[in-house]
Write a protein that binds this ligand. Structure first.
Ligand SMILES: [Cu+2]
Length: 131
């Protein structure tokens, strides 16, 4: 096989594979690691609670708080437990606008709901990304 012929076969393969790869990437959904971890807000025995109350995530991951009692448009409002907890306070929210927060710094974050401070208490443990 002469060199020019070989070259044109290679080029032909690239031209065929390129668009195929491009299409595959186009249709591939985002990686699971980037999907937010869901914490549900449920009504249990008359009290709103976080499920799960304690979660462990990897630095860079996001958490989304989703009220699943859609019949009750009760507002929630998440805030750090203390000034040393790296938690960005939310606005009032319900099932129509659940908040998401991304945690980039390893450590333990305590938070609670200002509307339901006795029962909606949670902890997020953020581990380093390379562990
Ligand atoms: Cu609440």
């Amino acid at each position: 096989m002469s060199k020019p012929a070989f070259r044109s076969i290679c080029l032909g393969s690239l031209l065929a594979i390129g668009p195929t790869l491009g299409l595959m990437l186009w249709f591939t959904p985002p990686a699971k690691a980037n999907d937010p971890v869901i914490v549900e807000i449920k009504l249990e025995q008359g009290h709103f609670v976080l499920v799960p109350a304690e979660i462990k995530i990897t630095a860079g991951q996001s958490v989304k708080w989703v009220p699943i009692e859609k019949d009750f448009d009760v507002a929630h409002h998440l805030a750090p437990a203390t000034s040393s907890d790296a938690f960005e306070e939310t606005h009032d929210f319900d099932s129509s606008n659940p908040p998401t927060r991304t945690f980039n710094t390893p450590g333990v974050v305590h938070y609670f709901c200002k509307k339901h401070p006795k029962t909606m208490v949670g902890t997020i443990t953020v581990t380093p990304a390379n562990q």
